[in-house]
Design a protein around this ligand. Structure first.
Ligand code: AMP
Length: 398
């Protein structure tokens, strides 16, 4: 059974073709700069060199057509005919409170996702464009939606209601939703498998630390709290996003700087975080290089990030009444071994203790990095959201 996974952004489209008989990736790639000059597709067939095709790609429909052509390419493709495709799985960012699980995409479901556009104005329209483009190109192939918010729908009400008048939750759906759910689900379950224990028996804190970062408390396999909220802006410090701040800063800044709300929103999303504090970059590799050269603001950004994550791990241990495993994933979580050690330093009182001999740079590798016999298993688990989407798509269509 072959399943195509699609993750559509406003000007990009990532894809992976899986053979779900053995969960092997046959081909993958990225369509870039859709609707912008210089558009192209980077296509990789497993075991072969990348090919780049530069082509005018005015919209997502043209992007999907190019992906299908690449998959059918006599040399670099992995399909002889599109009839080999059994189903297509889409990443969709926001399903509000409508879907707590992945679902088959019907007209009714797509309309429900359209109703969620005000909750994710940057992401859902692109995700829906991808679904529509596939429907146009392959009207007879079933499609499945897998939602970033779905895993967090198990949060108890006391974890997701904000301290503002309750009518705003009822009228506008203002509550904590959480994001990166597919990633948190994958790494928590994979960590339990590696430990050889049922996920239902564990209290796990999962740290997805990338350009966007979020931390989740996973108790007995369910998300019970997470740091992102109504939007992906709050929580720990991110590349350019501010994370948790005092909301009164917004009207104060608007007045002090003579800016309107959308300008402040832009500052908090695109000019804050590690970039905003350091003034150097949003990328941790640049921050660490600047720190080595003695840059004090880079050091400060690093410290604010590490302190915020450390504090959150303690918060979630308290929320769950303990912690059995601490999992790091995504670009920073998987690669930045120095930061991992720094985050965990001082948490020995909770049974968290990293072994410097095991905590090295090991991109793409699963590893337990805690000291032998430590109470809490500290782990690195590379995330694989595409595999979760492919598995859910297979499950719903088998
Ligand atoms: P992601 O959003 O998961 O792709 O993560 C991207 C981020 O991971 C980049 O912006 C970097 O800050 C970070 N990153 C990637 N590789 C490294 C590395 N070797 N050391 C530190 N940070 C890294």
């Amino acid at each position: 059974m072959k399943v195509l996974v699609i993750n559509c952004g406003s000007s990009s489209l990532k894809y992976q073709l899986f053979d779900m008989n053995n969960e092997e990736v046959l081909s993958k790639g990225l369509v870039e700069r859709i609707g912008i000059e210089g558009s192209r597709i980077n296509h990789y067939k497993t075991g072969m060199d990348k090919i780049v095709i530069e082509r005018d790609i005015p919209d997502h429909t043209a992007g999907i057509k190019l992906v299908l052509d690449a998959l059918l390419h006599p040399e670099h493709g992995s399909l002889k005919s599109l009839n080999e495709l059994s189903a297509i799985g889409h990443r969709v960012v926001h399903a509000g409170e409508k879907f707590a699980f992945s679902v088959k995409l019907t007209e009714e479901v797509i309309n429900a996702l359209r109703e969620c556009v005000p909750l994710a104005p940057l992401h859902n329209p692109a995700n829906i464009m991808g679904i529509e483009a596939v429907t146009k190109a392959l009207p007879d192939i079933p499609q499945v939606g897998v939602f970033d918010t779905a895993f967090h729908q198990t949060m108890p009400k006391h974890a997701y209601i904000y301290g503002i008048p309750y009518e705003y939750y009822e009228k506008h759906g203002i509550r904590r939703y959480g994001f990166h759910g597919t990633s948190h689900f994958y790494v928590a379950n994979r960590a339990a498998e590696i430990l050889g224990k049922p996920v239902e028996s564990l209290k796990i804190v999962t740290c997805h630390l990338g350009n966007g970062s979020s931390i989740t408390a996973v108790k007995e396999g369910k998300s019970v709290d997470t740091t992102m909220g109504f939007t992906p802006l709050p929580g720990v410090l991110m590349g350019t996003r501010c994370g948790d701040i005092d909301p009164a800063i917004i009207p104060f800044l608007a007045k002090a700087e003579g800016k309107d709300v959308s300008e402040i929103d832009n500052i908090l999303n695109k000019k804050s975080g590690i970039q905003g504090i350091s003034g150097v970059s949003s990328d941790m590799r640049d921050i660490e290089e600047a720190m080595d050269k003695g840059n004090e603001r880079a050091k400060l950004a690093y410290e604010v990030l590490a302190y915020g994550i450390r504090k959150q791990i303690g918060t979630y241990a308290a929320a769950m009444g303990g912690i059995d495993a601490l999992v790091f994933t995504a670009g920073i979580g998987e690669n930045d071994f120095g930061l991992r050690a720094h985050i965990c330093a001082g948490l020995e009182f909770m049974g968290i203790s990293v072994d410097p001999g095991k905590n090295d740079n090991m991109r793409g590798k699963e590893k337990i990095i805690s000291q032998d016999g430590a109470k809490v298993a500290v782990m690195v688990v590379p995330t694989n959201e595409e595999l979760v989407i492919a598995r859910d798509t297979k499950r719903l269509y088998s």
